[in-house]
Design a protein around this ligand. Structure first.
Ligand SMILES: Nc1ncnc2c1ncn2[C@@H]1O[C@H](COP(=O)(O)OP(=O)(O)OP(=O)(O)O)[C@@H](O)[C@H]1O
Length: 309
């Protein structure tokens, strides 16, 4: 059997009396970008801090390439890179000084430090700023330096906590691109509360809500859950609501003002065609029909229900 790169086993954590996460389990066996998605306060940072060895779990354990983080923290941590929500930068150092310092902290042998620093600066495209003081870099470049320190010791697992938080749209695109590059030969786990972030860069999703894992699966499987299950129609000659309920597949009808209705349905397939055809056949004079997008909140609610059933 394949040895998992990351194994998270029965992870629970309690701050004082309140549980922040409860019984989280998952295994990662392949490189790629894994998204830990959840709303604010869901338990993402707690999970990530434990995985990086920054926080000791109340219960459970994490294994990196079969090395127990609890029993062999130094060996396990040598295979992990971490960029916390606030990048741990020394603002008054130059980029090169800072990365050299990080390489030393990561126990890279002195003779290899210069090469390791050069390699990550090239990788993160910051070599031209190596003599700049970090404070004088833009937010996007500071984040690149933060990413560089996370991979300077060439770890097999890299963990990013909300890596695009606070960046402008161009910087977000560049940082996402860099993360995807890193994932070519490493396992990248990132946390985010932005659905679009997960959709654009993750191969696999773990969704955490109120401290429990409510979904884990591929992005394709995830799409099945975020597909809309309601649509808005507007009819010039609307029939009584009971008649709208007789359209095959429609489960409920709600009047939302004027000539507009929200229809919920169980089966997405052909629903729009069925509504259009029924409207023509019965002379309802359809002049608007659009699927409603699921909000992140409704997805969380849906997935929590799915987990409980
Ligand atoms: N140091 C702490 N002391 C007490 N409670 C905490 C502490 N850190 C987090 N919590 C609580 O634990 C729960 C999970 O928090 P956590 O920071 O892990 O969530 P998150 O998903 O990362 O949220 P965010 O996106 O806002 O950072 C929340 O209810 C939070 O208030």
């Amino acid at each position: 059997m394949e040895t998992p790169i990351v194994k998270v086993e029965n992870l629970s954590h309690r701050y004082n009396i309140q549980w922040a996460i409860r019984d989280i389990n998952f295994e990662i066996t392949r490189n790629g970008v894994y998204g830990l998605l959840g709303s604010n306060g869901a338990g993402k940072s707690t999970t990530m801090n434990i995985m990086c060895g920054v926080l000791k779990p109340t219960e459970g354990n994490v294994y990196i390439n079969d090395i127990s983080l609890q029993d062999h923290p130094i060996a396990a941590k040598s295979q992990i890179g971490f960029l916390p929500q606030q990048a741990p930068l020394y603002m008054d150092m130059t980029v090169n000084e800072y990365l050299t310092h990080c390489a030393r902290m990561r126990h890279i042998p002195p003779k290899n430090i210069s090469e390791a620093v050069r390699r990550v600066m090239t990788y993160c495209d910051i070599t031209h700023f190596e003599k700049r003081v970090i404070r004088n870099l833009s937010g996007g470049y500071q984040q690149r330096v933060g990413i560089a320190q996370a991979i300077v010791h060439n770890p097999s697992v890299v963990i990013f906590d909300e890596p695009t938080n606070g960046l402008d749209p161009n910087q977000i695109i560049e940082v996402r691109h860099l993360i995807q590059e890193i994932a070519r030969d490493k396992t990248v786990i990132l946390s985010t509360h932005i659905l679009r972030e997960v959709q654009s860069i993750c191969n696999y999703i773990y969704m955490i809500e109120q401290g429990t894992l409510v979904f884990s699966g591929t992005i394709e499987k995830f799409y099945n859950y975020i597909e809309p299950n309601s649509l808005i129609i507007s009819l010039i000659s609307a029939p009584p609501m009971e008649e709208l309920r007789t359209i095959p597949g429609v489960t409920s009808v709600e009047e939302i003002g004027g000539t507009r209705y929200r229809l919920r349905f169980s089966e997405r397939q052909d629903i729009t065609t069925r509504i259009a055809e029924t409207s023509v056949a019965r002379g309802w004079r359809l002049n608007e029909l659009r699927l409603e997008k699921s909000s992140l909140d409704s997805i969380f609610a849906e997935l929590s229900r799915y987990k409980q059933s």
